[in-house]
Design a protein around this ligand. Structure first.
Ligand SMILES: Nc1ncnc2c1ncn2[C@@H]1O[C@H](COP(=O)(O)OP(=O)(O)OP(=O)(O)O)[C@@H](O)[C@H]1O
Ligand SMILES: [Mg+2]
Length: 308
């Protein structure tokens, strides 16, 4: 059982429109609602491969209910902490000329009683899980040390913790040494305090992070691939050529693939092939965190691994 934590989930609402006119009435052509948020995406990918998942985080209002219904529908367990505020809606408007307008809500207010309740839910929920995934950021008023405390609690219960966050939430929690961390290049720059101009800089920064005692440092580098560092090995996994359609959820696909491949006892090379193959397959379709499995299988076999 894998526990996924999404502190600030969202309904991602995508509209298509001919042309958008600010300050006027705008009629949309189509609308699509999907449950979003990084931990939710990890849940989606794991469920497609039949893994048992328990989803945690803050949910409220009718938007929260929509997410809960969706999580049940895909067969994951709901272990959300219900709050008085409403789960946010993020709006994307796609115009015919290719312009994309995004409207992002700040996220709900979480009061101290709800915050306390979340910690109780978390401790109970992870008891029979072996892996805990902490993904994304948090609503504005959540204390910055939240992941720091959650990681220590989970490690205390001998859980493998995977951290995929950014900004202050990532920086304030990295010294707890999770089992695996998955920064992208910008997040690696923030963690290491170094400017990364190429692979050599990235290797230096990843070694610096791993040197603190993090067993697996997985640096995702967008369309080029993944850099991996542990205390003995440095690998680069190269993305086979694919036509990118939608890259949302690709970092989350890397996280889900790592969990599955590690769980199956694969060696590092094969784990990386799965991380790259599955995330690259994700970008080939319009739907986010929905993996075309046949494509993924083909891509996994095409990933080139370079040892440094
Ligand atoms: N354009 C692309 N073409 C092929 N594969 C891609 C592309 N973009 C991303 N990927 C795959 O997805 C992985 C993760 O991408 P990226 O490094 O952009 O993650 P991220 O910045 O954490 O994304 P997010 O947090 O928005 O999901 C890459 O390592 C790669 O394997
Ligand atoms: Mg990411």
């Amino acid at each position: 059982m894998v526990a996924t934590v999404t502190l600030n989930p969202a309904i991602d609402k995508t509209y298509t429109a001919s042309t958008l006119h600010p300050g006027e009435v705008n009629r949309m052509n189509t609308v699509k609602n999907i449950a979003g948020g990084k931990g939710i995406n990890v849940t989606k990918v794991l469920r497609q491969y039949g893994y048992q998942v328990r989803a945690l985080g803050f949910l409220g209002g009718y938007t929260g209910s929509m997410i809960e219904d969706y999580i049940k529908e895909i067969g994951a367990e709901c272990y959300f902490t219900h709050i008085k505020g409403s789960t946010r809606v993020n709006i994307n408007i796609l115009e015919e000329d290719g312009y994309v307008t995004e409207l992002l809500e700040p996220g709900p207010f979480v009061d101290s009683e709800e915050f306390k309740r979340f910690f109780e839910d978390f401790s109970r929920a992870i008891e029979d899980c072996d892996t805990v995934v902490l993904s994304g950021s948090a609503p504005e008023n959540i204390p910055v040390f939240i992941y720091h405390d959650l990681i220590l609690r989970a490690k205390n219960q001998k859980k493998k913790v995977i951290l995929d966050s950014s900004g202050k939430f990532l920086i304030e929690s990295i010294n707890t040494c999770p089992f695996m961390v998955k920064p992208n290049i910008l997040e690696l720059e923030a963690l290491s305090g170094r400017k990364i101009r190429g692979l050599d800089d990235a290797i230096g920064a990843a070694l610096q992070i791993g040197g603190r005692g993090i067993p697996h440092v997985v640096v995702s580098m967008g369309a080029s691939g993944i850099l991996y560092v542990n205390d003995r090995k440095i690998y680069f996994a190269k993305v086979p050529p694919v036509k990118a359609v939608n890259t949302i959820g690709c970092g989350d696909s890397v996280v889900a693939a790592f969990i599955m491949a590690y769980d199956q006892g694969m060696d590092v090379r094969d784990i990386l092939k799965h991380c790259v193959g599955i995330s690259a397959a994700n970008v080939t379709t319009f739907d986010s965190a929905v993996i075309p499995m046949k494509t993924a299988k083909e891509l996994i076999n095409k990933v080139e691994i370079i040892k440094y």
